[in-house]
Write a protein that binds this ligand. Structure first.
Ligand code: 28F
Length: 637
């Protein structure tokens, strides 16, 4: 066995060991084998094209979901080098696809390795976890192709034609013996590619889904980069500064920041490192916040907007209504935190801070109108915070005096274990009355509410505490609101909103959902919030039991079953039309009712939706309720 063969053997063994390790513990490399892990396969391949774009050679990435859940990713970059390695005789392309953690193609200082959510485990992992992978490379005047099955080379790289184009195309079918599902979720992929296009200014990313009769597709191409990102996030909100503040700095740690204030009261700051969404924040976000507070306070003092005696504006006042995106590129990122999405590199704090101190101060000097408009909002925020603090004190003192008073209207249940209890928040006194009579008082509490509640989207915490319609909800749930909210103190395992299926019902449902989203978010994230689903129709016919229908389709289907003639159709306009036992049978009995669990897995999406819902036009609101909440039939079974 001469030296050369011996070396080849060693490499080959290393490759096989690497693939085995990945197939044995895929979760170590892509987080999970759920649909999220499946999507990571796509992100890994697309990230390699994004790296080629960051290096300045790729302008368009095309992602196709082919029938059978085959993924095709194609870029117009230089094409992975096909030359054989002097020593091993294996091409760079084959190395990238077979050696674990190989293809750190831009290590060192020639560029940046953008890496997917799990920090660039690279193409070889995708290879190991796919039934097959086919790589087609165009460069040096030729078309080259190689194929693999479960990571093993079945067709070594070979020239299959001529071409004067360059680029890389990768097609693969994930391994169904490893993944729980091969069904890609188009919206999830579309969301991520939109985000990647925002983060990679000028790069065009297109996605198309050819699995159904009618294909779905989208093209994302933003010359504005993060400026377009904040405009997208704010598209349904009233802006304070129409043109976003934009800061960009190249160098050892390329930094891009966009800021746009709106008239809302919440803080939306998204931070990224190497295109990874650092949901847990980190040193870059720290630097951003410090600089924002310093620069705005300095400007306010220097321009007499704040008197010396006023003291400083707090960070949270300055961040009220802010939408900002920070994106920094770091060669050797240290990720910390629960889900490894917190940046730990300490030098980044200072770098972001000093860049922003300079650039933001300059922007405010050059745009005094914008500076003034933003600061006016910050100052009123600080006054409202002060008022909310006083209101909170007042409520606490009041509560302390009256111990834990429960709202007068609440008909509580006898069960003491919160997880076994549920509270129906019912719109209107008449429905509230029937619900009280119809319920099972052992585990069902009823809280009737009346009339329109305060539109929480347009008010601040102080009004929430004092609002006489939300007060009973806060006290009934019993876990406080905002930063004081403590999920362990909730008094009911289920908070069920029961409102009419009409427009007013949709309005009250939305206002309550917005209230929970803004001030009791863990209640939604923890899956405690539900929507009751009252019937839309009652079909009655001599000789038949009454039949309740919860949708138009169901009604048509039931009508066919019962035979159309002699059937009386009653259309329910509101809960008040049902007597207690009907209300119990159709909407409250765990054995027969339908509950919609309100779930929320994407802050950006949820925030946008609630802003739409708070708009003036009620139609999108209604549309949202029917389309977006997930139906959970006979939840308790
Ligand atoms: C659809 C997936 O993977 N695109 C890629 C390149 C381009 C180069 C490269 C990739 C150099 C030696 C490691 C070309 N010419 N799309 C992709 N495009 N990798 S992956 O180089 C690989 C490294 O081995 C490339 C000059 N430099 C780099």
């Amino acid at each position: 066995m001469d030296k050369f063969e011996h070396e080849y053997g060693a490499d080959q063994i290393q490759v096989l060991e690497g693939l085995e390790a990945v197939r044995k513990r895929p979760g170590m490399y892509i987080g999970s084998v759920s649909v999220r892990g499946l999507h990571h396969l796509v992100y890994e391949i697309v990230d390699n094209s994004v790296d080629e774009a960051l290096a300045g050679y790729c302008t368009h990435i095309k992602v196709t979901i082919e029938p059978g859940n085959i993924i095709c990713v194609e870029d117009d970059g230089r094409g992975i080098p096909v030359g054989k390695h002097a020593k091993t005789g294996i091409s760079a392309a084959e190395t990238v696809y077979t050696v674990l953690h190989a293809g750190g193609k831009f290590g060192g200082d020639s560029g940046y390795k953008v890496s997917g959510g799990l920090h660039g485990v690279g193409a070889s992992v995708v290879n190991a976890l796919s039934n097959w992978v086919e790589v087609t490379i165009q460069r040096d005047g030729g078309i080259y192709q190689m194929k693999f099955e479960r990571g093993k080379t079945t067709m070594p790289l070979q020239k299959i034609g001529d071409s004067n184009k360059t680029g890389t195309k990768v097609r693969f079918l994930a391994d169904d013996t490893i993944f729980e599902t091969l069904e890609y979720q188009y919206e999830v992929l579309e969301n991520r590619f939109r985000e990647m296009a925002f983060l990679t200014k000028g790069l065009k990313i297109s996605i198309e889904d050819l699995r159904e009769e009618t294909p779905k597709s989208a093209v994302f191409h933003f010359e504005g980069g993060l400026t377009s990102f904040v405009e997208f996030l704010n598209k349904n909100k009233e802006k304070i500064n129409t043109t976003p503040i934009y800061i960009e700095k190249q160098g050892e740690f390329p930094l891009e920041i966009a800021i746009q204030y709106t008239t809302t009261y919440n803080e939306n700051i998204y931070s990224f490192v190497n295109n990874i969404n650092t949901i847990e924040g980190g040193t870059h976000l720290e630097g951003f916040k410090r600089s924002l507070t310093k620069v705005f306070n300095d400007y306010a003092k220097a321009h007499g907007i704040l008197k010396e005696k006023d003291g400083n504006l707090q960070g949270e006042d300055i961040r009220e209504g802010i939408t900002a995106v920070i994106s920094v590129k770091v060669k050797e990122p240290q990720f910390e935190g629960q889900t490894k999405t917190k940046l730990g590199n300490s030098e980044i704090t200072g770098i972001v801070q000093s860049t922003m101190n300079e650039e933001l101060a300059a922007f405010l000097e050059e745009n005094p109108t914008i500076a003034k408009a933003i600061l006016e909002k910050c100052i009123s925020a600080s006054r409202a915070r002060e008022a909310a603090r006083k209101a909170r004190e007042l409520v606490r003192r009041k509560n302390a005096l009256e111990s834990s008073t429960l709202p007068g209207k609440l008909a509580d249940c006898s069960e003491k274990d919160a997880q076994k209890c549920e509270v129906y928040i019912v719109e209107g006194d008449s429905a509230g009355g029937s619900a009280k009579q119809g319920r099972d008082r052992r585990f069902q509490a009823i809280l009737p509410l009346w009339g329109k509640m305060l539109n929480v989207e347009k008010s601040r915490a102080d009004k929430i505490y004092n609002n006489d319609k939300l007060q009973p909800v806060i006290l009934a749930v019993g876990a406080g609101i905002g930063n004081d909210f403590d999920i362990n103190k909730i008094r009911y395992g289920k908070v069920i909103i029961m409102a009419d299926a009409d427009v007013d019902g949709a309005h009250i449902r939305t206002l309550l959902l917005t209230f929970f989203f803004r001030y009791m978010r863990p209640l939604i994230e923890n899956g405690n919030v539900y929507l009751a689903q009252p019937p839309l129709y009652k079909l009655s016919k001599r000789g038949f039991k009454d039949v309740y229908c919860y949708s138009d389709d169901e009604m048509t289907q039931k009508l066919n079953e019962m035979g159309r003639d002699g059937v009386n159709i009653q259309r329910y306009k509101g809960l008040g039309e049902m007597n207690p036992e009907q209300l119990w049978d159709t909407t409250m009995n765990p054995a027969t009712r339908i509950l919609i669990k309100v779930t929320m897995d994407d802050a950006i999406k949820a925030d946008e939706i609630f802003t739409v819902l708070m708009g003036d036009d009620i139609a999108p609101r209604r549309q949202f309720i029917e389309n977006n909440a997930k139906f959970v039939k006979n939840l308790d079974v």
